[in-house]
Design a protein. Structure first.
Length: 255
């Protein structure tokens, strides 16, 4: 990938606490007693990592030789993360800083069977006020010139919808990645986000959630060029055939 190929990235920037549980969650979570759920898992360490969907995408695109332009809302404790991003060549000039809140943070615990439980504190991105929206759109406008396309990944739902509207209004092709926010959108919201998208990035579970939310048949004309890309799973091909049939019978890729 050539370095002059700018890609607009919208998505979360977060501090991550990653933990490993050596047992299995299923031994402590009993389906018949979910109404009285109260569990604790002992872990060895909780190292701080630099995470967030948007920042991770931007970091890896830069390592591939691209020119990511990252847009997101960060907090008053962002300095440590900013130094790390700059050290690895990722620009931070398009980030909106909220001096009255902290940067988003995630606590993620994975068991020995690779099942995962995550808690995400949206921090500065929790409330997409009119003032933040204005600054966010201004940064999108500053970052967009020359961008080949945009990748809109998980962050505040209102920021996602704002970014999609911006891309449509400015005729910027965009890929949509709902991530773990897939279940938070209504059918109408999801249709708006998907209609006009160049591609959809989902894993197997997210594909099921998208299909469940969409529910009813969709006219082919709503998104004739949509392509779905899915993290490979046992039933991924079948799921993708369903979603691509809904959005114009396009091709799909597995990885």
């Amino acid at each position: 990938m050539r370095g002059d190929k700018k890609i607009l990235i919208i998505g979360s920037v977060a501090y991550d606490r990653l933990m490993r549980y050596e047992g299995e969650f299923s031994t402590a979570i009993l389906p018949e007693h979910l109404n009285a759920l109260s569990v604790s898992f002992v872990v060895d360490g909780s190292p701080l990592n630099f995470g967030g969907c948007g920042a991770n995408i931007a970091f890896h695109l830069k390592q591939l030789g691209g020119a990511p332009a990252l847009v997101e809302i960060v907090g008053n404790d962002f300095d440590l993360y900013e130094r790390w991003l700059k050290k690895h060549g990722v620009q931070t000039v398009f980030l909106v800083r909220d001096e009255n809140s902290h940067t988003a943070c995630a606590s993620i615990i994975t068991d020995s069977t690779a099942r995962q439980i995550a808690f995400f504190d949206r921090g500065a991105g929790a409330h997409f006020s009119a003032e933040k929206r204005e600054r966010f759109v201004e940064r999108l406008g500053a970052a967009a010139p020359g961008a080949l396309f945009a990748i809109i990944s998980p962050t505040n739902a209102d920021a996602v919808k704002c970014a999609v509207s911006f891309c449509k209004e400015n005729q910027i092709p965009y890929f949509f990645d709902p991530g773990q926010n897939a279940h938070t959108f209504s059918r109408d919201e999801l249709l708006t986000l998907l209609t006009g998208a160049f591609g959809l990035f989902v894993n197997e579970n997210e594909t099921s959630l998208v299909l469940k939310t969409l529910a009813l048949p969709i006219e082919k004309s709503q998104s004739e060029n949509l392509r779905a890309f899915i993290e490979r799973g046992e039933e991924s091909a079948d799921l993708l055939e369903q979603i691509n049939a809904m959005f114009g019978y396009g091709d799909y890729d597995e990885f």
